[in-house]
Design a protein around this ligand. Structure first.
Ligand code: C2O
Ligand code: CU
Ligand code: CU
Length: 481
């Protein structure tokens, strides 16, 4: 069993990092983090696979009149039992941890009356969505405590598995870590016409890491590399009972900064059918999946090849090859399966000829200094500065480089779904052939992407989606006019 880490005390936290993907998490040695790690004792060891994976509830609109789905949601603190026998204080949208899934439909607007019931400002951002600046929930567009803001999401973009999360400047990293996030699925006729697994066989699976103290409270320190507990839909190491048939899982990596390399036990393949911006052009059968913080991946797992009684593990593989079992699938019954995965899932429009080229360099202090900073083009984020001026309607190629030698990054743009056109000079792999809003940029890597700015004018941010990095300054502003 790979529960070794879980039975070790906090004193071995540093050693534990080596088995949880040290190369994939930032190399910041935050003194605070080390100090806190030394002080805070770990909770009792978790016996894995004792609880069923919760299905995240679907949010219910308060009104659907006039062709608009309206929701009233309040950000409130809540107490949840995440670890057995311990109560954890979390931040929630409407008391849910993770937030309820919002199901939207293409061309049917969603309007959210977002109340802030906390004592700190919040901002609600819909990650991956094309929305006007007012509703983007950018870092400076805050909802003060005890007030409400109305966000309008037109949902004019194609089907996609998006997510929403807090974005209040300098607070987002901790707010998201403490629970302010949820999934947001846009459906459309293109997707519905396909015979993919549906309804009960189409399941949101949110993965994230966390660190708890002995009392079961979430410990947040910036750049912490000792978030060794993995939560799936808000609980540690659950099992999920499945029928011997195909399932679609909408994976979302909602970690603050953890990158996951996922695989199934027993050399079981998964079939990736979607990424951030909806279905891939074609399904992609793969033994493993790499998903950075903020990215989504839709996969199909076919359990029909397993006998009833089989247990299959979803494993998170560290850079040194050790695997941690994070979720167990129990094949418990049979079911009919009318679903199939067609060889062509969608046709993406051809890329227009680009009208502008830009280069972006991401870099952070990785020498272990206290209070490291993180930079976009050698500047820390300043909301009063416009970093890129973009002509409305332009289709642009951005060449994004990670200038660090050890720290990984990823690159996220608000407003647009882009296409990855090159990774390190080569064509991107099949997992990156669809629409993307967040893309891995590992140390020394260069990724070329193309984005078309023809939906809304105004100011939007782009940033590293390791939220600790964006909070350290790795964020900048583009203005479309
Ligand atoms: Cu997930 Cu600025 O976004
Ligand atoms: Cu975003
Ligand atoms: Cu980064």
């Amino acid at each position: 069993m790979v529960t070794r880490r879980r039975v070790l005390g906090a004193g071995l936290a540093t050693a534990a990092v080596a088995s949880t993907g040290a190369a994939l998490v930032p190399v910041l040695t935050s003194k605070d983090a080390a100090d806190t790690a030394a002080k805070a004792a770990a909770p009792p060891p978790i016996v894995p696979f004792q609880t069923a994976m919760p299905l995240i509830p679907v949010a219910q609109p308060t009104s659907t009149t006039g062709g608009v789905d309206r929701y009233d949601i309040s950000v409130v603190t809540a107490t949840k039992q995440i670890l057995p026998g311990l109560n954890t204080q979390v931040l929630t949208y409407g008391g849910q941890f993770p937030g309820a899934t919002i199901k939207a439909r293409k061309n049917r607007p969603v309007v959210i009356h977002q109340h802030n019931g906390l004592t700190v400002p919040v901002a609600r951002h819909l990650h991956g969505a094309s929305v006007e600046p007012y509703s983007d929930g950018g870092p400076m567009d805050l909802i003060a405590p005890n007030s409400t803001r109305v966000y309008t999401y037109p949902n004019q973009q194609p089907h996609a598995s998006l997510w929403y999360h807090d974005h209040a400047h300098h607070l987002e990293s901790e707010n998201v870590y403490r629970g302010l996030q949820g999934s947001y699925l846009i459906g459309d006729d293109v997707e519905d016409a396909l015979p993919l697994p549906k309804d009960a066989y189409d399941v949101v699976v949110q993965l994230r890491d966390a660190r708890f103290d002995a009392a079961g409270q979430l410990v947040y320190t910036m750049g912490d590399r000792t978030r060794t507990t993995v939560l799936t839909n808000g609980v540690p190491y659950p099992y999920f009972e499945v029928a011997a048939r195909k399932y679609r899982f909408r994976l979302a990596n909602t970690s603050n900064q953890r990158f996951f390399t996922l695989r199934l036990s027993g050399n079981t393949n998964m079939i990736q059918i979607g990424s951030d911006g909806g279905l891939l052009p074609a399904p992609h059968t793969t033994p493993s999946l790499f998903i950075t913080s903020g990215e989504r991946a839709d996969i199909v797992i076919d359990f029909s090849t397993f006998a009833i009684g089989t247990q299959i593990f979803l494993e998170s593989v560290a850079s040194n090859g050790t695997a941690e079992q994070i979720l167990r699938f129990d094949v418990t019954h049979t079911a009919t399966d009318p679903s199939s995965i067609p060889p062509v899932l969608r046709t993406l429009p051809p890329l227009p000829t680009p009208t502008a080229q830009r280069t972006i360099v991401m870099r952070m202090d990785e020498d272990g200094r206290p209070n490291p900073q993180a930079f976009m083009d050698d500047k820390v984020y300043d909301h009063n500065r416009i970093d890129q001026h973009i002509r409305f309607g332009a289709s642009e190629v951005w060449t994004v480089t990670n200038a660090n030698t050890r720290a990984p990054h990823n690159f996220h743009m608000h407003l647009v779904q882009f296409r990855v056109i090159e990774r390190n000079g080569a064509a991107p792999g099949p997992a990156e052939a669809g629409l993307k809003d967040t893309v891995a940029v590992m140390p020394g890597e260069t990724v070329k992407l193309q984005a078309t700015f023809d939906t809304y004018a105004g100011e939007f941010v782009y940033h590293c989606h390791m939220l600790d990095h964006s909070a350290m300054g790795m964020m900048a502003t583009m203005k479309i006019t």
